[in-house]
Ligand binder design. Structure first.
Ligand code: UD1
Length: 349
């Protein structure tokens, strides 16, 4: 039996990860800071029978204590989302990067060599694109004038022609476009340096758009699925930005939990650092997702508003094939089934 420390184990994704690890027979200890961005109420005493310790990862002595008899760490704790404004910046870096640095130093000192890192597809920035003239190109950030004129598709950086989206693979260059994305890239680099220096193993899981039961309600830090679900619960139509044609891969939280279990197993036999897209492999547009959710919830049909947010990217969809081949992970929850459940599933907060 492996003793696994799950950071952020009382949060939305962490709770599902803990339940899956426990079902697989692992001993689990949860640490969670109870950050107000993710938790409105008090932390529970246990998650799926695992004890919960309130702890901020920046607290070195407390981190050293909890690592004392641990075999592996599954690191989910992070501040997510676009945030409110740049006043958030020190807290993002503090929680996500300083917190990770303290954790890694503690693991090295305690001789803990196995780490699963919750990373994100935000490390890529825009997805993969092909220009009919110039082949594979990386799309430049979209400019306000184009967005305001309803030109949402990115253009080729060489000739300005509209580009075609494709699947992004793990070896694509990293191009973070928000503070949160920059902190996730830093986590990847810090953990890679740690693996090289300690001889340990890190499996970094680049989550696509996770949804499912227990998602936090609508906050400035929420992803689009939670925002649409909260609107419908309040009897309001989901507001779909741009023209609704932006593509994402919505992956169910139980599939993400299964990916964490597979990644934990891989850290037992591998060394070094490796990243994996954790996606369903069945992308949808944001407009389609909104329509499906509204239908399932019996709520008002979505409104396509043409609004845009500067930090947003247009299409990010990925091939999950590396995770399939190397981790044996395949998403099993069909989007229609997942959305039908999500339409009535409890939210947190
Ligand atoms: C999201 C999360 C990111 C997470 C990633 C992968 C945010 C801001 N981003 O990135 O933290 O790592 O998934 O899991 O939480 N939209 C609407 N209506 C709304 C809100 C958003 O149409 O009310 C649109 C946006 O314009 C965007 C798309 O939905 O085109 C997705 O938005 P969102 O979920 O916020 O951001 P992602 O870039 O997908």
């Amino acid at each position: 039996m492996t003793h696994v420390l799950v950071t952020g184990g009382a949060g939305f994704i962490g709770t599902h990860v803990v339940a899956t690890l426990r079902e697989a027979g692992h001993r689990v200890t949860v640490v969670d800071a109870g950050h107000p961005g993710a938790h409105r109420g008090p932390l529970p005493d246990t998650v799926a029978g695992a004890p919960v310790i309130r702890l901020d990862l920046r607290d070195r002595p407390a981190v050293a204590d909890v690592l004392a008899d641990v075999d592996a760490v599954v690191h989910q704790a992070a501040m997510v989302g676009l945030g409110v404004d740049l006043d958030d910046l020190p807290e993002y870096v503090g929680c996500n990067d300083l917190g990770t640095a303290v954790l890694l130093a503690g693991m090295a000192r305690a001789g803990v060599h196995r780490l699963v890192l919750a990373s994100s597809m935000v490390v890529y920035g825009e997805g993969a694109y092909t220009c009919p003239e110039h082949g594979a190109v990386s799309a430049a950030p979209r400019i306000v004038a184009d967005l305001a004129a309803g030109r949402f598709e990115p253009a080729c950086p060489v000739c300005g022609t509209e580009v075609r989206p494709g699947l992004i693979a793990e070896d694509a260059p990293l191009d973070p476009r928000s503070v949160y994305a920059a902190t996730k890239v830093a986590q990847e680099h810090l953990t890679a340096a740690w693996a090289r220096q300690t001889g340990g193993c890190v499996v970094a899981l680049r989550y696509h758009n996770v949804y499912g039961p227990g998602m936090p309600r609508d906050t400035p830090y929420s992803g689009v699925a939670a925002i649409f679900r909260s609107a419908l619960e309040a009897g309001r139509a989901p507001r779909v930005f741009e023209d609704g044609g932006q593509r994402r891969d919505f992956v169910h939280v139980r599939d993400v939990a299964a990916a964490n279990l597979a990644a934990l197993d891989a850290t037992g036999t591998n060394t070094g650092w490796r990243a994996y897209n954790i996606a369903s492999g069945r992308p949808a547009t944001v407009g389609q997702m909104a329509a499906e959710l509204a239908r399932a919830a019996g709520g008002p049909a979505p409104v396509v508003t043409g609004e845009f947010r500067l930090g947003d990217v247009r299409h990010v969809v990925a091939s999950p094939s590396r995770a399939g081949t190397e981790l044996g992970f395949r998403a099993t929850v069909d989007l229609a089934d997942g959305i039908a459940e999500f339409a009535y599933a409890p939210l947190r907060g």
